[in-house]
Write a protein that binds this ligand. Structure first.
Ligand code: TTP
Ligand code: MN
Ligand code: MN
Ligand code: MN
Length: 362
């Protein structure tokens, strides 16, 4: 990607955090294809090349309308020769032969199927594929395979948790989570984060961030909330990850998918009439409880999307000489640790995150 300062004012930024993205994707035929190519590379462990396709798809998603001709891609960042050839092929033929080939590829199809199970990552999916397994039935009947607790829950609730969660269901869950949180700590508050915070209508789970007003409460609240869900008989699965956060920790250069805050990955029972005739469905829920002084960073980090977060950090590092992660913003030149408060974060939301990182001098 070219340096942004070399581009005219109206140019699309190569950083996802500096692009406004509509919820309405006008270039779905292209982005779906690019994402299949990206996913296929991820299944092969090629994270670098995969990222190039993810970036290209993200740029196209930010466009206010559909591409009309290939020339329009000339001035867009992150779209190399390869991506442009794919866009051209789709424009002319309606599909891309390489993408069609992948979609019909046994390895891709099996990896896609296996990794759709909660608790099964690309490593496990590949291991099962290499053993000649192709279906869930074969996996479940293979005596040498011992599923861990997460995978067992993943198979048990597969049908429910692979079905998208709606905004209405997310709102119903917020009431349940809020009730449990307030019951164990009346001064704590709950906010929805993740995809629903970005305005999405559907998600694969519902993410909540808990704010506790006193130091140390962030470590005790999640176990108590889990106990509360258990006593209400709505807890189907829980994986509590205790905090490994250290106030003195400085951000790293590497993009890490997981942060150090106290969090839990849950499957909850959501009551309500279902298409299956049952009166409940299983839903994946994530809770994170950061210490109050790092709340703004955690909220920013958990809002996603993954590429937005990645680019926000890249922007901070390359354009502003600062290191950012879910915990802190660090100025390399002055060696100052910058703590953003929530009020500043709200301003960042209004003015666009990327630009505003520049102005943070708290
Ligand atoms: P996800 O729930 O995986 O993704 P999403 O909400 O954007 O999309 P979906 O609708 O499919 O659920 O993750 C939400 C954000 O949380 C994502 O930006 C990654 C971030 N996250 C952390 O920052 N640290 C962590 O430890 C974890 C588990 C997630
Ligand atoms: Mn490319
Ligand atoms: Mn989510
Ligand atoms: Mn999540």
């Amino acid at each position: 990607c070219a340096h942004p300062s070399a581009k005219p004012e109206s140019a699309v930024s190569p950083y996802a955090c500096q692009r406004r993205t509509t919820l309405n994707n006008h270039n779905k035929i292209f982005t779906d294809a690019l994402e299949v190519l990206a996913e296929n590379l991820e299944f092969c462990g090629n994270q670098g090349p995969s990222l190039a396709f993810r970036r290209a798809a993200s740029v196209l998603k930010s466009l206010p309308e559909a591409l009309r001709c290939l020339e329009e891609t000339q001035h867009l960042p992150c779209l190399g020769e390869h991506c442009r050839a794919i866009i051209e092929e789709i424009s002319e033929c309606g599909s891309c032969s390489r993408v069609e080939e992948i979609l019909n590829d046994e390895r891709y199809r099996t990896m896609k199927l296996f990794s759709s199970v909660f608790g099964v990552g690309p490593k496990t999916a590949e291991n099962w594929f290499c053993r000649g397994l192709r279906t869930f039935e074969q996996v479940l009947n293979e005596p040498s395979i011992r599923l861990n607790r997460m995978q067992t829950a993943g198979f048990l609730f597969y049908e429910d948790i692979s079905k998208p969660v709606s905004r209405t269901e997310a709102s119903a869950l917020k009431i349940i989570v809020e009730e449990a949180v307030i019951c164990v700590n009346p001064s704590a508050t709950v906010s929805i984060t993740g995809g629903f915070r970005r305005g999405k209508e559907f998600g694969h789970d519902v993410d909540f961030i808990i704010k506790t007003p006193e130091a140390g409460q962030e470590d005790t609240i999640l176990p108590a909330v889990i106990e509360r869900f258990k006593s209400q008989s709505i807890l189907l699965y829980s994986d509590l990850q205790e905090s490994t956060f250290d106030l003195r920790q400085l951000p790293t250069h590497r993009f890490e998918a997981m942060d150090h805050f106290s969090k839990c990955f849950l499957i909850l029972k959501l009551k309500g009439e279902q298409e299956t005739g049952r009166d409940w469905r299983a839903v994946r829920v994530d809770l994170v409880a950061p210490p109050l002084e790092r709340y703004a960073y955690a909220l920013l980090g958990w809002s996603g999307s993954t590429l937005f977060e990645r680019d926000l950090r890249r922007f901070a590092r390359l354009e502003r000489g600062k290191l950012l992660d879910n915990h802190v913003l660090y100025d390399k030149a002055t060696e100052a640790v910058l703590i953003i408060c929530l009020a500043v974060l709200r301003t960042l939301h209004h003015e666009g995150f990327g630009g505003a990182i520049a102005g943070v001098t708290v």
